[in-house]
Design a protein around this ligand. Sequence first.
Ligand SMILES: [Zn+2]
Ligand SMILES: [Zn+2]
Ligand SMILES: [Zn+2]
Ligand SMILES: [Zn+2]
Length: 308
Amino acid sequence: MAPGGSVYQDIIESRTAFADYDIVPKNVEFRSSPFRKSATVCGKLGMASSSAVHELLECPVCLNLMYPPIHQCPNGHTICLNCKAKVHNSCPICRLELGNIRCLALEKVAESLELPCRYQILGCQDIFPFHSRLRHEQNCRFRPYNCPYAGAECSVTGDIRFLVAHLKDDHKVDMHDGCTFNHRYVKSNPQEVENATWMLTVFNCFGHQFCLHFESFHLGTSPVYMAFLRFMGDDQDAKKFSYSLEVGGNGRKLTWQGVPRSIRDSHKTVRDSLDGLIIQGNMALFFSGGDRQELKLKVAGRIWKEQL
Ligand SMILES: [Zn+2]
Ligand SMILES: [Zn+2]
Ligand SMILES: [Zn+2]
Ligand SMILES: [Zn+2]
């Protein structure tokens, strides 16, 4: 059998004891993967060995690819950093104490591999060496979005279509078609502002979805109401739109014009940057008219496409 062949065999067999294996070149010029070389010796086998390497780098717990630092137990069972933190220092395979033993050889293998972006199944075609792959994945435009719902922590992620359905079905969010709106927000006990994140409405317009957030919180010591728009998509597309909001009563009016923020920016980031229409608590009560016992705000708005 060709040398490449025996390498392949041994990788499979020494899967969990890889650190001892002498496949790591002495003068670690490892960037051009040795598994590629075996591919040129024997094409088919080379492909198999590359998938064997992937298998080798698969964390036995979460099944994700492992990146440095990769740890191993005294028996050589490897585990990724995330999972190591969760297994209470006991090897999930043999139960031996894990300690802090690194698997440097496997780390070098991991660094030498060129891998497809982890969002390949979501449409990304890019392939990267280890380090730039991580960097890319943090900004990959195919990476799933977080659920834009703000009321409670929601860990659901997905593409826009999925999230629109999720907002509608699971959060019972109101969906509207159209680029202009007129919304009434009524709250019976306006003094209780604490954590009253209480409104999200989604608008379908220009073939995209926009989230209108309306909420109250304390800015310093004073209660405020804030309305802002988020775009369900990436930042570069969000910038193609503008929106305006208007609220008033008793002959006064506040207006805001802004650019919707991508839902890549967390709800909290947008809120904390005050990038929206801010209504001071007292002003909100003044707009509401009446006896200050009820908040009644009419927010009118419009979304339009900027001519680029
Ligand atoms: Zn893991
Ligand atoms: Zn073990
Ligand atoms: Zn990608
Ligand atoms: Zn959600």
